[in-house]
Design a binder for this molecule. Structure first.
Ligand SMILES: Cc1cc2nc3c(=O)[nH]c(=O)nc-3n(C[C@H](O)[C@H](O)[C@H](O)COP(=O)(O)OP(=O)(O)OC[C@H]3O[C@@H](n4cnc5c(N)ncnc54)[C@H](O)[C@@H]3O)c2cc1C
Length: 266
């Protein structure tokens, strides 16, 4: 148990009944945010709120501060941890889309060895990650985006009411060329748009190397419809509606990110 924000509800509903419960909250060495070479290293036990308020995160990785601010309510953000959220692997989880957009690496360890997973191979199925029962996720390593004000991120989330899980969540992390006219690098991750968090591969391909314009952003929005695989759900809407919202929210995130990265006229 980390923050208990998913595990305790699962136990209350009798969906989980562990024989032993190991509380890792006392392991303070798993709670940190630091710059390590070209990465920001975030310890698994770091609370959503700590990430939201971290000066280092705000300076180097605004997307993560934004993502954290969208999670649940203040109680959930004060208790819940990034690692617990990722291992819980809810396809509606906000962190999953942002680790995909930033191409983060996940360090996982058992008694004998440590291994590193990439964000495209972390989620194996709904509520299932590649972390084995005898392993701990220990660290999330996020490549620091190229500097100089030409990199930016944005998180856009459609929710029924404040604090709800995403009906649609879109994370974008991009870098523009030095003259701010071309998309150099683009990462797009989605929440609530498939059986796991997933990458907007076709949408990324529609942008990389293309000029920054309303029409390239429009193309990416259309490509996103092919990237996603949402399900009909009685609470949050039909698959058709979610596909349409994926397009709208991706375009919003892209427009905000390119503007933050210094592009004009979009
Ligand atoms: C009311 C409410 C609203 C919420 N809204 C949102 C939302 O809008 N967006 C969103 O993304 N999330 C939301 N959440 C979920 C929240 O983000 C949880 O904090 C998160 O899903 C679980 O993190 P935790 O630290 O509480 O993990 P826990 O509940 O303690 O653990 C979750 C699972 O991960 C395992 N685990 C934990 N840490 C590790 C580790 N280091 N290594 C291996 N296994 C580990 C546990 O064994 C357990 O199976 C909400 C939760 C609630 C209760």
């Amino acid at each position: 148990m980390a923050g208990g924000q998913s595990l305790i509800p699962l136990m209350k509903f009798r969906l989980a009944a562990p024989k032993y419960l190991v509380d890792i909250n006392g392991v303070s060495s798993l709670d940190y945010i630091r710059e390590t070479g070209n990465f920001l290293a975030i310890g698994t036990l770091t609370r959503h709120h700590t990430i939201e308020r971290s000066e280092l995160i705000r300076q180097k990785l605004g997307l993560f501060a934004e993502t954290a601010s969208w999670i649940g309510d203040p109680q959930v953000r004060n208790n819940g941890t990034i690692g617990g959220s990722l291992v819980h692997s809810d396809p509606a989880g906000d962190w999953g889309s942002s680790i995909i957009a930033t191409r983060a690496l996940l360090k996982v360890k058992n008694k004998k060895k440590e291994r590193t997973l990439d964000s495209d191979h972390f989620f194996s199925d709904t509520f299932t990650s590649e972390v084995a029962p005898d392993e701990l996720l220990t660290e999330i390593r996020v490549p620091i985006p190229p500097d100089g004000g030409r990199s930016a991120g944005a998180y856009e989330k459609l929710e029924r009411k404040a604090g709800d899980f995403a009906t649609v969540g879109v994370a974008v992390q991009l870098t523009l060329s030095r003259d701010r006219r071309t998309f150099e690098q683009v990462g797009i991750g989605f929440a609530s748009l498939g059986p796991t968090n997933l990458r907007g591969k076709k949408a990324e391909e529609a942008l990389v190397g293309k000029s920054v314009s309303t029409s390239s952003i429009e193309d990416a929005g259309l490509a996103a419809i092919e990237d996603v695989n949402p399900s009909n759900d009685a609470l949050r809407g039909s698959a058709e509606y979610k596909r349409a919202m994926a397009r709208v929210f991706l375009k919003r995130a892209l427009k905000r990110a390119v503007t933050s990265a210094g592009a004009t006229g979009v």
